[in-house]
Design a protein around this ligand. Structure first.
Ligand SMILES: Nc1ncnc2c1ncn2[C@@H]1O[C@H](COP(=O)(O)OP(=O)(O)OP(=O)(O)O)[C@@H](O)[C@H]1O
Length: 673
């Protein structure tokens, strides 16, 4: 490495976008490989180049691997580098500012890496497997997770077909005519999802917002409780854990389950419903955080006792965390994953849900089709017809564990939000922009395109939603109002980033000059805040939303500001914490789209850029982040209304870009059967 670049500054001059961590990672790895006597003994590839060319190539591959890990990929497929001009950039005058690196063709790359003997058995810090280059740690996570899922998929429940059929028909009485139906469109996919998950120890129910994932899984949990009750050999009660990646998502899951359970009171016996938990917890809480340690209390040597673990919002869960969850589960624990695979992948490494929920669906095996036809009392031919797009007969990679719910109950497909979300995720930049401009012309109630200055369209929304917060009768009312509206930005920095917009809103509300040094520490009554680091002792987590509220002393003689947070504890629905004890936090009128995953608002304003020209640096910052998954995630946070502030080119650039995370998990999943 020292021979190739003598310093980070030198490497950075040549390769655009390089960060110090890439340089030191590559340096460290080259040294590790050299100390294992790999590069020098085996790494001399006869490519017609001399030895230092080979070292240079290996160094550049390792730099690219580091960049790739930084971007959240689990691995780097060498095919991505083949013949690529990497790290080249031009200055404002069109002159080359960074010459970059031109990688050779794939066979040379493969021969070079193969010569380093990086196969999984070699115990090197880097692994080369199936054409992908990994950091060993992520390779191990991926293998461990794939093997665990594979083991669970291979385990089937012992319930008889008759028991399952009876249970399913009881839970879906309105669909008892299915034997006579012969149209694919008549298939109730919620029923299929319950039937499909009931006999497996691992299942995924995926679908967009409001497709009834929670509604369906509540029926599934009821079915599992009923089957357990009818099992004469089992004396114990089914223990179920409801889990989500963040506190907010856990709160939403609890609310949706409670609502679904209440709605099933006439369909399902009360003693069955009573056994479905009403409160969800975060993954970190499930695993048991050990303060100041990366490890959890529950793991391979201290398994969790649950029979069923349901995880919601799985798109947000990264590869290492998901592997740790599976590590902590008993081999016979039933795992049910829910999520929307079209949403942004996790902030950290991996894209577990997108990997295990491929689009299009890989099809069901004939065996699974026959099973579903029988227990759902569907005509086999109808079911096969339904699966024909998935190529059931010839599929080499059936996804029996996966059911998609397609029909949104929230958006009827005619309303603007649903149409916009589906045009965006299809990558149709013209149609989606057309929907926004049409909505403006038609004065749509769901969609609005803001084409005027920030002050013209944002000010009325601030007046409507944020100004009344401080005048609410109590903090619970303030939380209700706050949940109605949020400004979502693509970036933190820049003129349209979270920080600038929060400052703008504070100024508008006349709160910009609250002194940082006063007893109030810059806080004010009615200020919404978001916690930005975990504090396990206080039970406050990154992403938790609170409101600063003036509270009277017990004798009403004095009042002071407290940070208030909603709690699932019915006896004490609001937790109060002294502001001086708060972990890091920020004001939250506006937040990044990434941070809103797992939350919903009645009205959302998505601020990409103003219609006027943006600053060059703002544009560069934004264009790195913009993708159809980002826009889709923002759109689907809105329950009733979305206001989009963007110009046409920024919008279309976002819709055309796609987040693609490299990983070998889907590959490993294809070896499941
Ligand atoms: N088969 C159904 N019949 C009647 N109402 C339904 C049905 N399925 C879902 N719903 C209703 O549709 C709404 C959305 O359902 P649910 O919350 O289960 O969707 P979801 O996919 O979990 O949504 P989210 O993406 O917000 O998590 C709920 O009000 C639910 O009661």
């Amino acid at each position: 490495m020292n021979n190739v670049y003598s310093s980070f500054a030198q490497a950075k001059q040549k390769i655009h976008g390089l960060e110090a961590i890439d340089y030191f990672f590559a340096k460290e790895m080259v040294q590790a490989l050299v100390s294992n006597d790999s590069i020098h003994r085996k790494g001399q590839v006869d490519t017609g180049d001399n030895h230092s060319d080979n070292d240079r190539l290996i160094t550049h591959i390792l730099l690219a691997l580091s960049e790739s890990l930084r971007a959240g990929h689990t691995c780097l497929p060498l095919s991505e580098l083949a013949n690529k001009h990497w790290g080249c950039a031009f200055d404002n005058y069109g002159e080359v500012s960074h010459s970059g690196v031109i990688f050779p063709e794939l066979t040379i790359l493969t021969t070079t890496i193969t010569a380093l003997a990086l196969s999984p058995e070699q115990q090197q810090p880097i692994v080369f497997h199936h054409g992908n280059l990994y950091l060993r740690r992520y390779f191990q996570f991926e293998c461990e997770l794939a093997q665990d899922i594979s083991m669970r998929i291979a385990t089937r429940s012992t319930f008889s077909l008759d028991e399952i059929t009876e249970c399913i028909s009881g839970l879906f009485p309105e669909d008892n005519l299915s034997e006579t139906r012969n149209d694919v469109n008549d298939i109730d996919w919620q029923k299929v999802a319950v039937a499909n998950a009931i006999n497996k120890n691992f299942s995924v129910i995926a679908g967009g917002p409001g497709t009834g994932k929670t509604y369906t899984v509540t029926k599934l949990l009821a079915a599992l409780v009923m089957l357990q009750q009818s099992d004469t050999l089992s004396s114990s009660e089914l223990s179920i854990a409801l889990v989500a990646p963040t506190g907010k998502a856990a709160q939403r899951l609890s609310e949706s389950i409670v609502k679904a359970v209440a709605g099933f009171s006439e369909l399902i016996a009360s003693d069955v419903l009573a056994k479905i938990p009403s409160s969800a917890q975060t993954i970190h809480r499930l695993l048991g955080v050990i303060p100041n340690s990366p490890n959890f209390r529950h793991g391979i040597d201290n398994k969790l006792a649950y029979d069923v673990v349901l995880i919601d919002e799985v798109s947000m869960v990264d590869l290492p965390l998901m592997t740790r969850v599976f590590r902590a589960l008993k081999p016979n624990t039933k795992v049910i994953l829910l999520g929307d695979a079209d949403q942004l992948p996790s902030v950290a490494t991996g894209s577990v849900l997108a990997d295990i929920a491929p689009r299009p669906h890989g099809g069901f095996s004939t065996l699974n089709c026959d099973y579903l036809a029988q227990v759902c009392q569907l005509k086999g031919a109808v079911l096969r017809q339904a699966f024909s797009p998935f190529n059931t007969e010839h599929s080499t990679n059936p996804n029996d564990y996966l059911t998609y719910l397609l029909k949104s109950r929230r958006f009827d497909g005619k309303g603007g939000i649903g149409l916009l979300a589906s045009a965006v995720i299809k990558g149709d930049s013209q149609e989606s922009w057309g929907l926004l401009t049409e909505a403006k012309a038609k004065n749509s109630s769901q969609l609005a395109l803001a084409t005027t200055e920030l002050s013209a369209w944002l000010a009325p929304l601030i007046k409507q939603y944020f100004q009344p917060i401080e005048h609410c009768e109590n903090v619970s009312e303030a939380f209700k109002l706050l949940a109605q509206f949020r400004v979502l930005c693509a970036t933190r920095q820049g003129s349209y980033g979270v920080e600038a917009i929060n400052d703008y809103i504070k100024r508008y509300l006349g709160k910009a000059f609250v002194s940082q040094h006063s007893e109030q520490q810059g806080l004010y009554h009615g200020q919404p805040i978001m916690i930005s680091e975990n504090n396990y002792r206080l039970g406050l987590y990154n992403g938790d939303i609170g409101i600063i509220w003036r509270v009277d002393d017990e004798n009403n003689s004095n009042s002071h500001l407290m940070a208030c947070f909603e709690s699932s504890d019915q006896a004490q629905p609001i937790r109060r914490i002294l502001p001086s004890r708060l972990p890091k936090y920020e004001t939250v009128y506006a937040m990044t789209i990434h941070k809103t995953q797992g939350s919903e608002f009645t009205h959302v304003a998505m601020l990409l850029s103003e219609t006027g020209a943006s600053h060059g640096s703002d544009k560069a910052r934004e264009s790195k982040l913009l993708s159809r998954e980002l826009l889709y995630t923002a759109i689907t946070r809105a329950k009733q209304q979305i206001t989009v502030a963007s110009n046409q080119s920024t919008w279309q650039q976002g819709v055309n870009a796609q987040v693609k995370r490299h990983s070998g998990l889907s590959l490993s999943c294809s070896d499941f059967d």
